[in-house]
Design a protein around this ligand. Structure first.
Ligand code: NAD
Length: 306
């Protein structure tokens, strides 16, 4: 019997071609809603999704021959992993594929905030030449505080240590001596990191422990000149506390790619603040990462179904 793969969100052509070349029948649909997906899923041995569509318990229960749910990316927030495991369905993802893309965006946000790039661009478009207000800070020699020293955290450290000569401090559940040697990094607790860092960059997953990890008390520990970068998950930061911190100058600025509510509500006070740079959850959105994510999960499906 020909194995059938439902590609439920747009992935790279090379991934689709790879599956076809190995004898898989591929059906492509565009992020169907739950109801439609529950009807569609029958007869498919594997499904590939990105951050959408949602593969809910309902969809999983409706599946008859499904053996693999593949996320062409990292986060599994849109997949009911527990329901899948209960039915013996494997859930796979492509954790390595987006590391560099997210790390480069985090560094881009650091520069955009520190050198007031987005602010200057906004002003120029409205006809203002803001030379004095746009005086920024250099990254060279500053202390970078990485919260969550995993794949992305280390990739950010690598760019900032080698590229800007930044000093790296980090916090994680465990210290990593090999990485410490590579970046001359120092493992510290979160409070020490917040007190010492000029740039704080968040790279932890969202868990019960990390939800609102950056709250009012912790924001108050940061330097007034410090910049907070969040490319992890919105709820790692207490948004209301952050807005207060930015308005009242407890910290100098923030660069955000992720939000507690996405899309960011149109009336969010963040949109009014000049010292914030916002991107619409595009950390993983590079051509290279999408290509790699598709190929990585296609290969896993081929392995698992062969
Ligand atoms: P990873 O698993 O390699 O690294 C996460 C690190 O956080 C690990 O070293 C882990 O030990 C540490 N950690 C977990 N809980 C902690 C805690 N309570 N305190 C301190 N450290 C803790 O993951 P990664 O690939 O580096 O990705 C990091 C996060 O980036 C993901 O979980 C995801 O939420 C986010 N992400 C965002 C985008 C985007 O588009 N912006 C894309 C991909 C991933």
């Amino acid at each position: 019997m020909t194995p059938r793969v439902l590609v439920a969100s747009r992935i790279s052509r090379s991934a689709v071609e790879l599956l076809k070349s190995r004898g898989f029948e591929v059906v492509e649909v565009n992020e169907p809603p739950e109801e439609e997906l529950a009807n569609l899923i029958k007869g498919f041995h594997a499904i590939i999704v990105r951050s959408k569509p949602r593969v809910t318990r309902r969809v999983i229960e409706a599946a008859d021959v499904l053996r693999v749910i593949a996320r062409a990316g990292v986060g599994l927030d849109n997949i009911d992993v527990e329901a899948a495991e209960k039915k013996g369905i494997k859930v796979v993802n492509a954790p390595e594929s987006v590391t560099q893309a997210v790390a480069e965006l985090a560094v881009g946000l650091m520069l955009a905030v520190a050198r007031k790039i987005a602010f200057s661009d906004r002003k120029m478009r409205s006809g203002e030449w803001v030379k004095h207000e746009a005086v920024g800070l250099e990254l060279k020699g500053k202390t970078l505080g990485i919260v969550g020293f995993g794949r992305i955290g280390k990739a950010v450290a690598r760019i900032c240590y080698h590229g800007f000569g930044m000093k790296v401090v980090y916090t994680d559940q465990r210290c990593d001596q090999e990485a410490e040697r590579e970046f001359n990094a120092e493992c510290v607790d979160l409070e020490t990191l917040l007190r010492r860092a000029d740039i704080v960059s968040l790279h932890v997953p969202l868990t019960l422990e990390t939800k609102h990890m950056i709250n009012e008390d912790r924001l108050r520990l940061m330097k007034k000149t410090a910049i907070l970068i969040n490319t992890s998950r919105g709820a790692v930061v207490d948004t209301n506390a952050l807005i207060k911190a930015l308005r009242e100058g407890w910290i100098a600025g923030a660069g955000l790619d992720v939000y507690e509510e996405e899309p960011l509500p149109k009336d969010s006070p963040l949109l009014e603040l000049e010292n914030v740079v916002l991107t619409p959850h595009i950390g993983a959105s590079s051509v290279e990462a999408q290509e790699q994510a598709g190929l990585e999960v296609a290969q896993k499906i081929i392995e698992l179904l062969k």
